[in-house]
Write a protein that binds this ligand. Sequence first.
Ligand code: XIL
Length: 338
Amino acid sequence: AASKGMRLGSCVAWGRPGADRGSFANPAYAALLARDCGLLVPENEMKWQAIRPSATSFDFTHMDAIMAWATAKRLPVRGHNLLWHQPKWMPRWEENHDFGANPAQAAARLLVEHITTVCGRYGTRIGSYDVVNEAVNPADSTLYQTALSRALGGPEATLDLAFHTARTAAPHAELVYNDYMSWEPGNAKHRAGVLALLEGFKRRGVPVDSLGVQSHLVTQGPDARAATAALEGEWRRFLDAVTAMGYGLVITELDVRDNKLPADIGARDRAVADFTRGYLDLMLSYPSVRDILLWGLSDRYSWIEGFEPRPDTARRRPCPYDDRFVAKPMRTAIAAAL
Ligand code: XIL
């Protein structure tokens, strides 16, 4: 990746020394991260739930530990995220927060303080932020409301304020809207909602540089060629529309769910690798894709195992290394695609 002027990396978690997690504190995993990554992103440690225990306090202990390790390894870090605009991902206290007599002003103050504090703390050490994460409801293309946006005067006002504040607080940084709108036909409303949001940002002059394409992929069966051919339809039209508006693209959270594949590990790993290759070939046909982040390097720590276990109870294999840190065909496929 580096030889092509690109950066390939992974999310990383905080963990106590000795904890068996996808953490820098786990020596075997740290060695893998240091060897393969040119970029890192905190898996959970920068989210409101992690750094904002209450409206009046911050706790940067775990995020600072990630930054310290990354700095020691000379690894750049992306920020994820400054606002995950879904009720279920805001901290619990926010739901019942008393915004007082002037709720719009109090909500704006809370959001501005949050973004200014995070960006101020990490300064130029973070060069790219997912300013807003997942604000579009895939069921009907609308923007989610949260207690914060209700107080502030609506979701548009909230998201716009987040980006304007990030631009001021981190003028050097790439500002990204990040979402999981995927290529499958069932995601048409999600994609339409994201396009409408991006059009609105342009119309209103909101400083958004790039679309973060999370890329939590799902295989469609053993025939990876047919699946990647399907990407050439609606998905390419979506990316064309995004880039025609002037947005860059970042692959922010790549992993592959091995659905509709037999339990046989060899067949699953091959199909996952082929699908990854086809997907990256298409994505890299857009010259603005310079950063590719995996959502974990090893199957051992992938969030997919908890989020959507296989119905046949076989362990998930969504990452380029298996649960004993042995490289899989997916790693070869990624290297070949670059
Ligand atoms: C996930 C983490 O991997 C899990 O540990 C956590 O429980 C939930 O969040 N989209 C995102 C990421 O933007 O922040 C999510 O990360 C995965 C989906």
